[in-house]
Design a protein around this ligand. Structure first.
Ligand code: MN
Ligand code: MN
Length: 471
């Protein structure tokens, strides 16, 4: 009798195994060796995070790595053979890396696309002012931020100033420990009775995002705006720029702190700008690991995603499809036929389930830290508005690629239905008539100055992209 019950249990177990999705078990699913590889992979990722806080810095880093790996600037008058590695740098703010495949573009190309811009505080065209003997910068936030998260944290200034003679001045202040940093002030709690009773969007609005940059006057006389003059003089002495040069600058304030391990077990990384460098880095590493693929593999590190992908370095621009057209024409193919057969992993993050804010998620369809790369079939909002919903057929193909290579992966929706929403570049690629789905890393505190990801998920995202490139 006892034996029969045991047998019955085994049958139930067998049936469960055959029919049901395995319950998530996070990092326990993988071997200690796999975890070790993940930790090792993330050491250089942290270096990348610290070096590349803007899209321009990310392109610089990626070009240097690509050249080391044998990539050369693409020349549309040259002919290329399988295994050749080329890149196109779009204005220093977006980058495409291609590895020519055995079949070239004939059967479509494999696209891996991540974005390298992150939410931040851009300086306004006329940023510098003085008030009550303090010098400040006016900013205009870029991307979706919760404004209250940005005061009272150390900020660094990054970017470029273009001068009328065409020369470029690179600026970076606040990253080294010996540098000064900058800060947005907040009201003390003692006097914040009115502020604290307001709704969050009113209590801290865009015009509160003024960055404190100095307090000493140029001279002790009674000249007006002498603090502003003193600061402009310091900037002039260091960079040779005058106030009007701010009009032709891309300058931005980003969190000044470096990437850090999080947790006693060091299983996670806290940093500014994981979204979407946490996918851009694995995509770059996958691109550098590919040798001679079947179809041409193109990795795109794009800009402007956080503000809707508008602009010549964003995915609404024709820059990617123009490049594919060049590759196609060189092989006697038509770009529209190439696009129709192309496949794409849009490498972008999803929101990781956060037990402290559980009500924002639907537990059965959320992604979880340490459960691997997250596939997001669709994003958008409301009744699936503004999203490309990946087809059943393409989802099946991706499942097959990942399972065949034993990649740890999961699925995720962006929060519960009608809870809000968002989007990625996937829909712009889908609109070019390619098959596309989002795949990336689950993130805690997404778009905050200090976002958190799991090292294992970063590594599994790299593996997913690599397997997609090579299948
Ligand atoms: Mn993103
Ligand atoms: Mn984002």
């Amino acid at each position: 009798m006892i034996k029969e019950i045991e047998k019955e249990k085994t049958e139930v177990q067998q049936l469960k195994e055959k029919l049901l999705i395995k319950k998530r078990s996070g990092a326990a699913k993988v071997s200690p060796q796999e975890l070790e590889k993940a930790d090792e992979f993330c050491e250089e990722y942290k270096v990348f995070l610290n070096k590349a806080k803007t899209e321009r810095e990310a392109v610089k880093y990626a070009v240097a790595k690509a050249e080391q790996a044998g990539f050369e600037p693409y020349d549309c008058n040259k002919s290329y053979k399988a295994g050749d590695k080329v890149y196109v740098n779009n204005r220093g703010k977006a980058l495409m890396l291609a590895v020519i495949g055995k079949n070239g573009t004939k059967n479509g190309v494999r696209l891996g696309i991540a974005h390298i811009d992150s939410p931040r505080l851009d300086l306004k065209p006329n940023p510098l002012y003085e008030n009550s003997d303090l010098a400040l910068f006016k900013t205009h936030y870029y991307g979706g931020i919760k404004k209250y998260q940005w005061p009272t944290i150390p900020l660094a200034l990054h970017g470029v100033v273009a001068l009328k003679d065409g020369s470029i001045v690179e600026v970076q202040v606040g990253e080294s420990e010996t540098d000064p940093c900058f800060v947005i002030t907040d009201l003390l709690p003692h006097l914040a009775v009115e502020q604290m009773s307001q709704v969050m969007t009113k209590a801290f609005n865009g015009e509160h995002l003024n960055v404190l940059i100095g307090s000493r006057p140029f001279q002790t006389d009674e000249e007006s705006e002498s603090v502003k003059l003193n600061i402009m003089n310091i900037i002039f002495e260091k960079y040779g720029i005058v106030e009007q040069d701010f009009l032709s600058a891309d300058l931005t304030m980003v969190p000044a702190f470096p990437a850090r391990d999080v947790g006693f077990d060091r299983s996670m990384i806290g940093a500014y700008g994981h979204d979407d460098r946490v996918c851009a880095y694995p995509a770059l590493m996958a691109a550098l690991s590919v040798n001679v693929p079947e179809s041409t593999v193109i990795t795109v590190l794009t800009d402007r995603e956080e503000i809707g992908s508008d602009g010549n370095t964003g995915m609404k621009s024709t820059y990617m499809v123009d490049f594919i057209e060049d590759l196609a024409q060189a092989e006697g193919e038509q770009v529209r036929h190439v696009m129709a057969k192309s496949t794409c992993l849009s490498a972008d993050v999803n929101a990781a389930f956060d037990p402290t804010y559980a009500s924002a998620f639907e537990a059965n369809n959320a992604s979880y830290i340490n459960n691997g790369a997250v596939i997001t079939k669709y994003t958008g909002s409301g009744g699936k508005y503004s999203t490309s919903d990946a087809s059943a057929e393409w989802m099946a193909k991706v499942r097959n690629i990942l399972d065949s290579a034993d990649v740890l992966w999961q699925t995720g929706e962006l929060g519960k239905v009608d809870g809000g929403g968002g989007g990625t570049i996937a829909k712009f690629v889908a609109n070019l008539n390619a098959d596309v789905v989002d795949l990336g890393v689950p993130v805690l505190s997404m778009h905050a100055p200090f976002e958190v990801v799991s090292k294992l998920d970063v590594y599994e995202t790299y593996r997913a992209l690599y397997e997609f490139y090579c299948y």
